[in-house]
Design a protein around this ligand. Structure first.
Ligand code: GUN
Length: 293
């Protein structure tokens, strides 16, 4: 029987641990962990994600602050806000929701966040620590860290001898995911849009992680029988069966046909998604503990 990986349950246990770590801080005389989430513009999907992050921060007992800036915000205004959050002693974590509107350059904004407040794990100091195998003193990118917990539920801590394929090479996910898998001793391949034969690479993979943003791209005949499949895609597609103009969310993996071939598979929604938010809360409480000394 294939295991359908329950990301909601895994996220709930992370949230329980985070909430208790936040309580420990408060009972030892420190202030609440503070998370500032910044969103620029009107993208509805980004607003939905940010709303969920802010609500979860409150639920964990954090000081949760959301800065909603208009679409026409300038680079300088955004950088000024980040500078003030860097200087704010009540704030332990800063997240600038991506993508930013087209006229803004996200890289200088992300690199201006203090590494110790970079709860997204995107600052080059944090990315560099991960790349050099230091998983202890920096902050890890949330979605890969969450996906890794799900992989470990299936395989345990050491992935020695296993072939892993990560499809997607973004700084936000593909590269840090590959590094986490490598750190756990998997043999790691990164596939992407220029790879010559993705299905053939996929057929070698004991662990397949898909993060390309193409609805149901990974098919059953791509899978090695018994593979663990982690689906990081969130794609909004038309769902005429639900009524005219209705949409549904699907992953990058054709779930129904892949499920019987896999050993374990994460669904969309309810797989990696809840883990991203849970790991953001974990990073915030870690940052708060470090700052509290
Ligand atoms: N947009 C989609 N996922 C993420 C994420 O993990 N962090 C940020 N900052 N923006 C995102």
């Amino acid at each position: 029987m294939t295991t359908v990986i329950d990301g909601k349950a895994a996220a709930a246990s992370v949230i329980e641990a985070v909430t208790s770590a936040a309580t420990t801080l408060k009972t030892s005389g420190h202030r609440k962990p503070g998370l500032a989430v910044v969103i620029v513009g009107d993208d509805p999907a980004s607003h939905a994600y940010v709303g969920a992050k802010s609500r979860m921060a409150k639920q964990c007992g954090f000081n949760s602050i959301q800065h909603t800036l208009p679409e026409k915000t300038s680079q300088e205004q955004l950088m000024t806000l980040v500078a003030s959050l860097n200087a704010d002693p009540e704030i332990d974590g800063i997240l600038v929701q991506l993508p930013l509107p087209k006229h803004l350059d996200s890289e200088p904004v992300i690199q201006s966040i203090l590494p110790e407040k970079d709860v997204d794990g995107l600052h080059i100091v944090n990315a560099g620590k991960l790349a050099t195998g230091d998983l202890k003193t920096g902050l890890l990118s949330c979605t890969p860290a969450g996906a890794m917990i799900l992989v470990r539920q299936i395989h345990g801590g050491d992935l020695s001898g296993l072939n892993a394929l990560v499809i997607g090479r973004s700084n936000l996910f593909g590269k840090p995911m590959a590094q986490l898998l490598l750190n756990a001793n998997a043999t790691v391949t990164i596939g992407h849009s220029r790879s010559r034969d993705l299905p053939e690479l996929a057929r070698q993979a004991d662990i397949l992680v898909a993060a390309v943003g193409r609805a149901e791209m990974v098919k059953a005949d791509w899978l090695k029988p018994g593979a663990t499949v982690i689906d990081v895609g969130i794609n909004r597609v038309a769902a005429p069966e639900k009524g005219e103009g209705k949409f549904k969310l699907v992953g990058d993996v054709a779930f129904a046909e892949c499920k019987p071939v896999a050993k374990a598979i994460s669904p969309v929604p309810g797989g990696v998604g809840p883990m991203t938010i849970a790991m953001l809360m974990a990073n915030t409480v870690i940052a708060a503990h470090r700052r509290a000394g």
